[in-house]
Design a protein around this ligand. Structure first.
Ligand code: C2E
Ligand code: MG
Ligand code: MG
Length: 639
């Protein structure tokens, strides 16, 4: 305040009425005059001016302030509304989400909230659910699972785990739970997404089952079996060395071909059931494919017990099985291999396989233990088999013809076709080696078809060029496996049609053992063949165990007396008696007789004397190529 201020006129209206009133009120005790005096004092007036100015400034700022407060609160309201909207959106996102979601306390796992999907999925009412913990809701989940969830909650980390639990209805289920930290009603909590993976895991389990099990029998498949053997090998140590049994069924193909695939499948299922019933729980039974089975013995099986187990398996298979309403018999051959140092699972299986082949070669229904010599033979067999597969296509197969002669005149009545294999490296492989191999592998069907076709074509050619000097018939050997094959009768019909031969120009030779193996099944085939007009011969007669009652039923025309009888026919004693008996049998059944393997004139004479009119053997003619025979026929007298 400055002293130089202009004094206000004495009765001028006060410059600051409000302030002046205050001054007068406060100075009232001093009298009105004092107040007026003060108000006339320029210094006081200046002071009052300053106060007034300050008030005015304050007023102005107040306006500004209230204005900005207003805008701020409007913004806040807008923000609030926005937040409310987004909270609403989040609430909807939670509540209406089709994925079950739960909120729980991080430490206790007590459930704080559950969305509609969770309520529907778990089958509890919301109140019930909110009285539970996450662990209680997933009854049966492990405590380790609950512990891990609490731990992740305490550390505020996200976590995912698969919980196996029982639903409210008691069904086993599987949930994939993913937990995240959130703030729920102002406090830290966990949001859990619960994905039900029961179906997916079930599907995966089924796929695994399919990948490691045989779909038909439910047994382990080759992959799983090999894996188990590998594990057994790796365990080694205290347990007995792993032992594998390899089983191959006999007669499966016949059932499959004659009764159909459904019956074949049924047979395999029943065999699988028998194996499982015969073996112990700790043994692994597998179907390796086709009619091959394998067993890995329980490691606690005492060493040496494998033979006993194999015996039990074979005995179980020996009992007839009913499929498609028919009683069928299947046997089997078992190979046994025990681990040898350094062998892999594949080696062990191969050893057992080789032993099985050795068992089969020794006669059906047997078991054999592996020895290394079998391995060598198995390798050789494999090579031969691979070569045989291409033999026909590469022109390595031939047919040799052996004349069947009248024992009195020496005239050629017919010829027997005998297969020959000219192997490019091994030279001539005898039928005794490759025919059994071809039978085991099924290649006999191709080889046999080729021989049949060639033999008929050759006879047709001879008939065309030699006229009545041509042999009256060609005899073709037929293996059991060929006879079993579905298309065999059609093959024969087709060959006859293609070559124009009458049925009686073809004789089919079937060994006695094949005929007796499954007489009922074979009978139907033989009748179908007879209907084509062909003749049927029983080969190697006397070596099998023919039932005479069957023999009578069979539509056979020829009995071929086995060489083993012929060998002894001329030396007197029992040999001649046996041949005489066979001749008598043949005559009473009205069968033609052909003696095999005649090497000496005495044998021929003895046979003639006993009433056997025809025969074959080195004495009468060795098997030879078609042109050799044609030459002999062309030179010789008419047959
Ligand atoms: P198999 O049908 O009994 O044929 C007679 C066998 O005795 C032939 O042997 C023949 O060469 C031989 N042989 C003939 N005369 C004499 C003789 O005086 N002395 C001696 N020691 N042997 C004689 P091969 O040709 O070695 O055939 C052996 C067996 O192989 C045949 O016995 C037959 O069972 C089978 N086989 C041959 N070719 C075929 C074929 O195309 N298919 C089938 N499934 N089997 C065949
Ligand atoms: Mg024969
Ligand atoms: Mg024979």
């Amino acid at each position: 305040m400055s002293d130089a201020a202009t004094p206000a006129p004495p009765h001028a209206p006060p410059r600051h009425p409000m302030l002046a009133r205050q001054v007068r009120r406060h100075l009232a005790p001093g009298g009105q005059g004092a107040a007026d005096g003060l108000l006339a004092n320029p210094a006081v007036l200046r002071f009052l001016d300053a106060v007034d100015a300050a008030y005015r400034d304050a007023d102005r700022e107040g306006v500004v302030l209230s204005h900005s407060l207003e805008t701020m609160s409007a913004e806040l309201l807008a923000r609030q509304a926005q937040l409310r909207r987004s909270a609403e959106a989040y609430r909807l996102l939670f509540e209406r989400n089709p994925m079950p979601m739960l909120v729980h306390a991080p430490d206790t796992l007590a459930l704080l909230a559950a969305n509609d999907a969770a309520v529907a999925h778990y089958g509890w009412r919301r109140e019930e659910l909110l009285a539970m913990t996450l662990a209680e809701l997933h009854a049966g989940a492990t405590t380790a699972d609950a512990h891990a969830a609490r731990e992740a909650g305490a550390e505020g980390r996200a976590y995912t785990a698969e919980w196996h639990y029982r639903s409210r209805a008691g069904e086993p289920r599987c949930a994939e739970l993913t937990g995240h930290g959130i703030t729920w009603e102002g406090a830290p909590a966990r949001l859990v997404l619960a994905v039900d993976v029961t179906e997916r895991r079930g599907m995966e389990a089924r796929l695994r089952q399919q990948a490691f099990h045989d779909g038909l029998t439910g047994l382990a498949n080759r992959a799983l079996f090999t894996d188990r053997v590998e594990h057994a090998l790796a365990r080694g140590g205290r347990a007995a060395p792993p032992t594998v049994l390899f089983l191959d069924l006999d007669g499966f193909k016949r059932v499959n071909d004659s009764l159909g695939h459904a019956a074949g499948d049924e047979l395999l299922r029943q065999v699988a059931g028998r194996l499982v019933a015969t073996l112990r729980g700790g043994d692994t039974v597998a179907r390796l494919g086709g009619d091959e089975f394998a067993v890995l013995l329980d490691p606690v099986t005492p060493e040496g017990a494998a033979d006993e187990v194999a015996g039990r398996v074979l005995a179980a298979l020996g009992v007839p099985i009913t499929v498609a309403g028919r009683e069928v018999r299947v046997g089997g051959s078992v190979g046994i291999a025990t681990h040898r140092p350094g062998a892999t699972a594949g080696d062990l299986l191969r050893d057992a396989d080789a032993a099985m082949y050795a068992a089969k070669a020794g006669g059906r229904g047997r078991a054999a233990r592996f020895d290394p010599e079998m391995h060598r033979r198995a390798v050789e067999r494999l090579e031969l088999e691979a070569d045989l597969r291409h033999a026909a296509a590469r022109g390595e197969l031939r047919v040799a013809y052996q004349p069947v002669c009248d024992l009195a005149t020496g005239a050629v009545r017919g010829v027997e076709a005998l297969a020959r294999w000219e192997h490019p490296r091994h030279g001539a492989v005898p039928p005794s080696r490759f025919v059994p191999l071809a039978e085991e592998t099924g290649l006999i069907e191709d080889v046999g078809r080729w021989v049949l076709g060639q033999a008929c074509a050759d006879l047709a050619a001879w008939r065309a060029t030699l006229g009545d000097r041509a042999p009256g018939y060609v005899a073709v050997n037929v293996s059991g496996r060929q006879l079993d094959a579905a298309g065999f009768v059609d093959d024969v019909r087709g060959v006859l049609a293609a070559t124009g031969l009458p049925g009686h120009a073809l004789t089919l030779e079937i060994t006695e053992s094949v005929i007796m193996r499954d007489a009922d099944a074979v009978l139907g085939r033989l009748r179908a063949l007879k209907a084509l007009g062909v003749l049927l011969a029983i080969d190697d007669f006397g070596t099998g165990y023919s039932s005479l009652s069957y023999l009578q039923q069979f539509p056979v025309d020829v009995l071929k007396i086995d060489k083993s009888f012929v060998d002894h026919v001329a030396v007197g004693g029992g040999g001649a008696v046996l041949v005489r008996t066979i001749v008598a049998l043949g005559e009473s059944l009205r069968l033609r007789l052909v003696a095999e393997g005649i090497e000496h004139p005495e044998q021929r004479n003895a046979l003639r004397a006993l009433g056997c009119g025809t025969g074959q053997g080195f004495l009468l003619g060795r098997p030879g190529p078609a042109p050799d025979l044609a030459r002999r026929l062309a030179e010789g007298a008419p047959a």
